[in-house]
Design a protein around this ligand. Structure first.
Ligand code: FAD
Length: 385
């Protein structure tokens, strides 16, 4: 029962979703290789929230304890008013997260998470310097062609190649992601800086068209990470991010409370990012090729769920491969199992209202990708589950 585990599976893109999917597949006995365009993975300064729904999966992969040892377990997610610093609401986390949602809520350096996921793979699984330029699905096998002129064949392909996915483009044609009308400045404030924030909590300050969110990412350091988002007419740079200008950022946040201004002033260097998005996609795959993560459902970062959704995808994909004998049926069932949840998370992320006022986050945090019932089988599927 299930797709033959000996057939080679190619994962295109070794980012957070691709590395997690490959680790899950490999641990379940599948023959998997990851083709990544970068020549190596450079550490990035960004932070990331790992909410209980994704910590559950990361624990299953076997990296949960290492992540908890390195990251921070915030005591709360506290919402404040950007102009006055007044508290709007506060969601208890810390030990309460484990009690309420079954797993911890962690904040950590994004590159620490990525390193743990890549290290969970057998050596040699990631083939670096392999930028996919073309896929040819010949029915029984898929040929992958890379920018360096090399080719390889796989029984099926998982497109985990992120926002500008080449795999997606091969299926649906070239269509650039839409600029959301927001940009975000990201920076880390050094631990010695005296900033009037509670480092034990995640704090998000809200205004109508801008926000600042700050938190600690390293249990061994007092560094403090923040993202400051505001409206912008367009993103005109060819790069996915550029160096930020502190005066420009401070101008954009003029009128904010002293606590936020002091935080923004304390950073030494910063980067500036466009926030892109795409509407929900109806077709997540074609034949022996399926999409995962930002390649099919990129979202604004306002729920901190982009990587979480990519990693949850990997679990359902793995489970569906085990439930169906034919790859095409497994990929169809996987997509049907994930579309509703990811579309809802995309919509709430676009609204930027998550945890602004008191709400119950259980529908996000309690989701258990390992036990949730997958969508029913496709009618006419050849396999017997
Ligand atoms: C400001 C900001 C804050 C965020 N905060 C959070 C958070 O707190 N929590 C959270 O869960 N998510 C967060 N996210 C979202 C998260 O970073 C993404 O959703 C997540 O990285 C998606 O994973 P992915 O594997 O789909 O794509 P990526 O991680 O982008 O990986 C794609 C990989 O594919 C490779 N690639 C691309 N094209 C090719 C090609 N042609 N051939 C071979 N390889 C290729 C790339 O080099 C890359 O390694 C945030 C995003 C932003 C912008």
């Amino acid at each position: 029962m299930g797709v033959d585990k000996r057939n080679p599976i190619a994962v295109v893109g070794g980012g957070l979703g691709g590395a997690a999917a490959a680790a899950l597949l490999q641990q379940a006995g599948y023959n998997v290789a990851v083709f990544e365009q970068a020549s190596t993975f450079a550490p990035a300064g960004a932070g990331i929230h790992l909410t209980p729904n994704v910590m559950r999966v990361l624990g299953h992969i076997g990296v949960g304890d290492a992540l908890v040892g390195s990251g921070c377990l915030p005591e709360s997610f506290t919402s404040r008013d950007l102009a006055s610093n007044a508290v709007r609401t506060s969601l208890p986390l810390g030990s309460r997260a484990r009690e309420s949602y079954g797993a911890p809520y962690l904040t950590i350096g994004r590159s620490v998470l990525h390193r743990e996921l890549v290290d969970a793979l057998r050596p040699g699984t990631v083939r670096y310097g392999k930028r996919l330029v073309r896929l040819d699905d010949g029915g029984g096998a898929v040929q992958l062609s890379f920018a360096d002129g090399s080719t390889t064949e796989a029984s099926c392909v998982i497109g985990a190649d992120g926002l500008g996915s080449q795999v997606r483009e091969g299926m649906h044609g070239a269509e650039r992601p839409a600029f959301s009308g927001q940009i975000a400045y990201r920076a880390t404030v050094p631990g010695h800086a005296r900033i009037p924030v509670d480092r034990r909590c995640i704090t998000k300050w809200w205004a109508d068209d801008s926000f600042v969110i700050g938190y600690s990412t390293d249990s061994h350091s007092d560094d403090y990470y923040f993202v400051a988002g505001t409206a912008a007419d367009a993103w005109t740079h060819p790069q996915s991010f550029v160096d930020g200008d502190k005066d420009e950022m401070l101008d954009a946040f003029d009128g904010s409370c002293d606590e936020v201004l002091s935080l923004l002033e304390s950073c030494q260097s910063l980067s500036k990012w466009p926030l892109f998005e795409r509407p929900p996609l109806q077709s997540w795959g074609r034949g022996r090729v399926a999409l995962l993560g930002d390649a099919c459902h990129p979202m604004r970062p306002h729920m901190a769920q982009g990587a979480a959704m990519a990693i949850e995808d990997g679990v359902l994909l793995l489970r569906c491969l085990g439930l169906e004998d034919e790859v095409e049926d497994a990929f169809w069932r996987y997509a049907e199992s994930r579309k509703q949840r990811t579309a809802r998370v995309q919509a709430v992320s676009a609204d930027n209202t998550w945890l602004k006022d008191t709400e119950d986050p259980a529908w996000v945090f309690r989701y258990d990708a390992m036990t949730i019932e997958p969508a029913p089988r496709r009618s006419g599927a050849l396999s017997v589950t």
